[in-house]
Design a protein around this ligand. Structure first.
Ligand code: AHG
Ligand code: MN
Ligand code: MN
Length: 326
C-alpha cells in the first residue's frame, strides 16, 4: 500500500515522531528505546526468574531480569550517539556517556518496573524520562519527553514530547504502530489504585480513601506502577496514589525515573500529579534516587486528596515543601 494510502492506524512510531516535527536526535533516541523493548520482551518471556545475587542502592534484591533489562537499555543508549548522561534504578550513580551536551539528551529510566510481578505473570513495564543536555537533576517540568512500554497481554508504548500523549501497539512484525493519539483524562474518575499498606495511612489519606469508597469508586490495583497508570490513562479516568506512610514519609516511588515521567504524561493528558501538597513536576530533586509520595490522575481527584491532607494533617513544612520553594 502506498505511503499516502496508509491509514492512520498504520503510522509507525518513527513516522509519528517525524510528523510531529520532533528533533532528529530525539526521534532516534525514542526509537532506540522502542528497539530495546523488543529484547526486554524476549528476556521476560525466556529469561530465568531468579535473583541476580546482587542488590541495588536501595538494598532491594535485584532480579536477574532487572539486571538484564538494565543492561539491554544501557547498551542501546550507550551506542545511540545522542545520549550525554544516563541513570537507572539499577545503577548507583549517573553514568557519563558523552562529554558534550549540545544536541544530546540525558536519560533516567526504570528498566523493569514491577519486576517482582513477572513470576506471577502480571504486567510489568519500562519507564523513561528524557531531558535535553547533560543535567538529570532538574525539575520534571523540564523534561522534553517521557516514554513507557507496557509488557502486558499486548505490548504497548506510550510517549509524549509535550504535544499530547499517544499510544502505539506492537504488531506481528514487532513494529510499534499508532493505536490512539491525544489521549485525555476526565476531570474526575470512578476508580482508584491505592499503593502502600492501608494500616499505615496517615489521617488525611485515610479520610480521602473513605470519601472515595463512600462515593462508590472502584478499587483497581495490580501492584505494577506502569499497568496501574496505564489503566487510568486509557480508561481516561481514575487516580493512582502511593502516599506518604506513617513509617515512610517519602512513600516508595522514585522521583527521577518513576514519578517525573508519569507525571509528565498524565499532565499532558490533562490530569494532575502531586506529592500531596505540590505538583510532582515542580519538585527539585536533590539526589538521583530520592523518593516522593504521589497522587496522580484526574485533576479533581488529586485536588481532593490535597484538600484532605491540608485540612487533616499538620501543616509543618514537609521536606518536599522546602525543596520545591528554592
Ligand atoms: P520496581 O519493581 O521498579 O521496584 O517498582 C515496584 C513499584 C511499583 O511498580 C509499584 O507501584 C509499587 O512498587 C508497588 O509497591 P507495593 O508492592 O508496596 O504495593
Ligand atoms: Mn520501579
Ligand atoms: Mn524497577
Amino acid at each position: 500500500m502506498s505511503q499516502a494510502g496508509k491509514t492512520k492506524f498504520q503510522i509507525d512510531l518513527r513516522r509519528h515522531l517525524r510528523e510531529h516535527y520532533v528533533n532528529e536526535n530525539l526521534t532516534h533516541l525514542i526509537c532506540e528505546i522502542a528497539e530495546a523493548s523488543k529484547y526486554i520482551i524476549h528476556s521476560i518471556s525466556t529469561g530465568e526468574l531468579g535473583v541476580a545475587g546482587t542488590s541495588n542502592l536501595y538494598g532491594e534484591q535485584q532480579l536477574a531480569l532487572d539486571v538484564l533489562a538494565d543492561r539491554i537499555l544501557r547498551k542501546r543508549l550507550d551506542h545511540s550517539r545522542v545520549v550525554a548522561n544516563m541513570m537507572s534504578e539499577e545503577m548507583d550513580e549517573i553514568i557519563p556517556v558523552s562529554p558534550d551536551c549540545d544536541g544530546k539528551y540525558s536519560v533516567a529510566f526504570d528498566p523493569l518496573d514491577g519486576s517482582s510481578l513477572v513470576d506471577v505473570n502480571l504486567a510489568v513495564g519500562t519507564i523513561v524520562s528524557i531531558f535535553e543536555g547533560c543535567d538529570l537533576l532538574q525539575r520534571g517540568r523540564k523534561q522534553v519527553a517521557a516514554v513507557y512500554i507496557l509488557y502486558g497481554p499486548r505490548t504497548t508504548l506510550v510517549y509524549s514530547v509535550g504535544k499530547g500523549v499517544h499510544e502505539f501497539g506492537m504488531n506481528m512484525l514487532r513494529e510499534y504502530t499508532l493505536l490512539q493519539e491525544n489521549i485525555t483524562l476526565e476531570p474526575q474518575g470512578n476508580l482508584y489504585s491505592p499503593g502502600g499498606q492501608r494500616n499505615l495511612y496517615t489521617p488525611g489519606v485515610e479520610a480521602y480513601v473513605q470519601k472515595l469508597e463512600d462515593r462508590g469508586v472502584k478499587l483497581r490495583y495490580s501492584g505494577g506502577f506502569v499497568p496501574d497508570i496505564n489503566q487510568v490513562l486509557l480508561k481516561g479516568q481514575g487516580i493512582f496514589f502511593y502516599p506518604h506512610l506513617q513509617n515512610q514519609p517519602q512513600g516508595k516511588l522514585r522521583l527521577l525515573f518513576e514519578l517525573s515521567p508519569m507525571a509528565f504524561l498524565i499532565e499532558q493528558a490533562g490530569g494532575a500529579a502531586s506529592d500531596g501538597r505540590r505538583p510532582i513536576l515542580d519538585l527539585q530533586p536533590e539526589q538521583i534516587h530520592e523518593r516522593s509520595p504521589v497522587f496522580i490522575g484526574c485533576k479533581k481527584d488529586v485536588a481532593l486528596a490535597e484538600e484532605f491532607i491540608r485540612t487533616l494533617e499538620n501543616q509543618e513544612e514537609g521536606p518536599t515543601e522546602k525543596k520545591a520553594k528554592n
